[in-house]
Design a protein around this ligand. Structure first.
Ligand SMILES: NC(=O)c1ccc[n+]([C@@H]2O[C@H](COP(=O)([O-])OP(=O)(O)OC[C@H]3O[C@@H](n4cnc5c(N)ncnc54)[C@H](OP(=O)(O)O)[C@@H]3O)[C@@H](O)[C@H]2O)c1
Length: 363
């Protein structure tokens, strides 16, 4: 790509916003030219507005950039949005109406019937739904979302199983990192030496979004996967990386004949983006660990630069059919990294070209 796409980050000072800055530093296709956050931050140099929490240095160019007001007027046409749902509900449509491609992390529009909820390896075909959005028809702008951070790891691990053997029931228990709650997130007095068995709305989001992601685009809308799912979500004293214990009942009539090696093969052979040359697509989206004490957040979360989901402990389940453990990095694969991959997919489909945007708006 000769000229890089100019991109903006809405919510640039937060946990996910900081990940964007880290992950996009040397991105071959995208260059950050605009940073926005709340009125508390706007007008300040980024280094003054944000409390940098990541373990790589804040890039100097970004440190000096001035945080803009969260308004579309001077924003570039590609926006990575990472603000909370109540703010996103009000702001994201304004940016889409102004002709921006809004690639969002928030839950505000994930379940809207005309908004694609996309995990690039799983359901990139759902991106077509942007053509039905009113903003697309009027200004060329649109909204694409990615899922809740715990649904993301789950869906990636389930997709190859669902494709080959079908799935009828899913039972999942999460152990979610504190960075999933943003910064400063859960008070240290609440989470140290503790487990909190409640994350507001998380179980509902995880259940609904998993079925939409694994659903089929039929006509203009998605028919969710016809499966039963139940989720238990817990906050644990881990900084980054969500761990999930999963049991599944397979849907195929031959489910009793599915062997452990068949599931391992489905995971190992799952490489749907191979050949597309998307810079953020990990070579191995799902990686298997044979040791019986893996995956673990500290040891496995950065695999594939944080974009690989690690699975382990696959064994028969005496209630459903099979059970296993997965681990995924919540602010990379579960947030900023996944949206960057969605943006790369949109770029490869020609949906981020200004000329294509204008032509669509005129048509
Ligand atoms: N953390 C995760 O693992 C994760 C994973 C998946 C999805 N998400 C979703 O991503 C979004 C951001 O999460 P986060 O963890 O990054 O939250 P966060 O750390 O609390 O950051 C929130 C960001 O929103 C900005 N903001 C607040 N009010 C605003 C306003 N009125 N106008 C414009 N910007 C405003 C904040 O700016 P100031 O600094 O100026 O206040 C900050 O940049 C949420 O919807 C969350 O559910 C998070």
């Amino acid at each position: 790509m000769k000229n890089k796409h100019s991109v903006g980050i809405l919510g640039a000072t937060g946990m996910v916003g900081q990940r964007y800055i880290q992950l996009l530093e040397d991105h071959p296709w995208f260059e950050i030219t605009w940073l926005a956050a709340s009125d508390r931050s706007s007008g300040k140099a980024y280094s003054e507005a944000a409390k940098w929490r990541l373990d790589t240095p804040l890039p100097e160019r970004i440190a000096k950039m001035v945080v803009s007001p969260a308004e579309p007027e001077r924003a570039p046409k590609i926006i990575f949005a990472s603000v909370n749902a109540a703010i996103a509900r009000e702001m994201e449509p304004k940016f889409a109406a102004a002709g921006c491609a809004v690639i969002s992390n928030s839950s505000a529009f994930r379940m809207a019937p005309n908004v694609p909820l996309v995990l690039a390896e799983v359901n990139a075909d759902h991106l077509q739904m942007i053509e039905e959005q009113p903003w697309r028809k009027e200004s060329g702008g649109f909204i694409v979302t990615n899922s809740n951070c715990s649904a993301m790891g789950l869906v990636l691990a389930l997709k190859p199983i669902e494709e080959r053997f079908g799935i009828e029931q899913i039972f999942v228990t999460t152990m979610q990192a504190v960075s999933g709650a943003g910064y400063p997130g859960v008070a240290s007095m609440d989470i140290l030496d503790n487990v909190i068995p409640f994350i507001a709305s998380e179980e509902e989001k995880m259940e609904a979004e998993t079925l939409k992601l694994l659903g089929k685009l039929e006509g203009r809308s998605v028919t969710p996967l016809n499966a039963k799912i139940t989720a238990h979500c817990n906050r644990v004293p881990v900084v980054d990386g969500h761990t999930e214990c999963v049991s599944v009942k397979l849907g195929n009539k031959l489910r009793r004949e599915v062997r452990r090696e068949d599931i391992l093969a489905a995971w190992a052979e799952f490489k749907p983006l191979a050949g597309l040359e998307l810079p953020f697509a990990p070579e191995q989206p799902i990686a298997w660990r044979e040791e019986n004490d893996r995956p673990q957040p500290r040891l496995d979360r950065n695999r594939g630069k944080g974009m690989t989901v690690t699975v382990g402990r696959l064994r028969p389940c005496h209630v459903l059919d099979w059970k296993f453990v997965l681990l995924s990095h919540n602010t990379v694969r579960g947030a900023a990294g996944a949206t960057i991959l969605n943006a790369e997919m949109l770029a490869s489909l020609g949906k981020l070209e200004p000329a294509a945007v204008a032509a669509t708006a005129r048509a």
